[in-house]
Design a protein around this ligand. Structure first.
Ligand SMILES: Cc1ncc(COP(=O)(O)O)c(C=O)c1O
Length: 415
């Protein structure tokens, strides 16, 4: 059954698109296909399945990748991938065992020794480690521009360097919430691409996507997610997603098969179950976050609050926000008057929110980026990226916002 011809919104199409109940005994929702391997009807069919899976010969009109082995694909991953592309307007998606699996496998699908990756700084600590410490071991150089940089600042990284192969943007940046200019990255990539080397624009859309921002529609080639966050939404799984054109995703999927970075069927099924509430969760979490932002903005112990759309983020950030987002999201970063000691006293006093890293789940989480998610950065790198010892990041969940405000009030009292 296909409702694709109706052209409905993702919130409707996710209930039917990409799943045929007749292929699963009429089950109204997809079962978990907990199998490692799949049977071929004939040897010829098996041969053709591998030709397509390894990109040995292009798919013909009407052909689709066959099910072979769960490290390659699985009905649960395929059903999920068929649904999630709706929000971003992607042609294809690939599910991974973690956000880092999506980022590393996608980068390694396109970067070769001698290439350079240019990235917005800061990015999530794991991504930072991959860029600064692992890629250089394969002779892939990395360099960065500050998140929120002007087009000229971004261009300066690319224009005299023919080795640049990709521009990677995390927007909003973790944990500073700074937006980077995706349209400018597209223009720069187009200007400095050559027939032999197309510069790719990759965007980590974990914080705002897929509901409040759609980088592919702004010109990105590939969009990446930690699906551990809003897609999963319940802090009970770890996964990642990459999306883009069919041609680029074919390369990503070959890499996923060989690196073994696909998620298992149970994880795919759990994310699939979370899709129905993705929009409503993100909208309600945002509504709650806005109440916390209003409270924190006038708190005498709080300053430099970072939250998309806040006028205090500056004119340029506001302009980027209007251009690139349709919402403000539910992640708030702010500084407490004092240093690490004051921040720790506040964090230790919190009762309703959980002191834990990660974000995007139904429960509110609070953490200290400098000593937790970004602890691997050197003091100089932290200063450069604007990550200070009095910085705290909250992921706002679905608790009653008045209780969360009361919790913050009593904890800040002890800071
Ligand atoms: C923006 C961002 N990208 C990627 C990741 C990595 O995702 P995962 O933990 O699912 O590997 C994270 C994790 O916090 C993140 O915040």
């Amino acid at each position: 059954m296909s409702n694709q011809h109706l052209g409905v919104k993702p919130q409707t199409s996710i209930f039917s698109k990409g799943y045929d109940p007749q292929r699963s005994e009429g089950a109204a929702t997809p079962p978990v296909f907990r199998t490692s391997t799949f049977l071929f009807k004939t040897a010829e069919e098996g041969k053709r399945a591998f030709e397509i899976a390894y990109g040995l010969s292009p798919m013909k009109e009407g052909e689709s990748p066959a099910l072979i082995y769960t490290r390659v694909n699985n009905p649960n991953s395929e059903i999920l991938e068929g649904k999630v592309i709706g929000w971003d307007g992607a042609e294809d998606a690939a599910l991974f065992g973690s956000g880092m699996g999506a980022i590393s496998s996608t980068c390694l699908a396109f970067l070769r020794p001698g290439d350079t990756l240019v990235f917005s700084d800061p990015v999530y600590g794991g991504t930072e480690y991959f860029f600064r410490h692992l890629l250089p071991q394969f002779n892939i150089k990395t360099k960065h521009f500050p998140a929120g940089a002007t087009k000229a600042e971004m261009e300066a990284m690319v224009k005299d360097d023919p080795t640049v192969k990709a521009i990677f943007i995390e927007s909003p940046a973790n944990p500073t919430m700074m937006l980077s200019d995706i349209c400018a990255a597209r223009e720069i990539a187009d200007q400095y691409s050559t027939p032999e080397k197309k510069i790719l624009v990759m965007v980590d859309n974990t914080f705002m996507g897929p509901i409040f921002s759609s980088p592919l529609k702004l010109g990105a080639d590939l969009v990446l997610y930690s699906a551990t966050k809003f897609f999963g939404g319940h802090s009970d799984l770890v996964a990642g997603i990459a999306m883009g054109s069919k041609a680029l995703m074919a390369q990503v999927k070959v890499n996923r098969t060989i690196l073994g970075s696909i998620a298992d069927p149970d994880t795919a099924w759990l994310i699939h179950r979370s899709l129905a509430t993705l929009q409503i969760r993100m909208e309600k979490q945002q509504e709650n976050a806005l109440k916390l932002v209003t409270y924190l903005a006038s708190h005498p112990k709080v300053y430099e609050m970072s939250y998309p759309g806040l006028p205090s983020m500056g004119e340029r950030q506001l302009e980027l926000w209007k251009k690139q987002a349709t919402g403000t999201g539910s992640i708030i970063t702010f500084k407490i008057k004092g240093g690490e000691a004051e921040s720790f006293r506040m964090l230790d006093a919190i009762e309703h929110m959980k002191l834990a890293v990660s974000l995007g789940g139904v429960e509110s989480l609070i953490q200290h980026p400098s000593s937790m998610t970004h602890s691997d950065m050197s003091p100089a790198e932290k200063i450069h990226a604007g990550i200070t010892e009095n910085m705290v990041r909250i992921s706002v969940g679905l608790e009653d916002p008045d209780d969360l405000i009361a919790d913050l009030a009593q904890a800040l009292e002890k800071a």
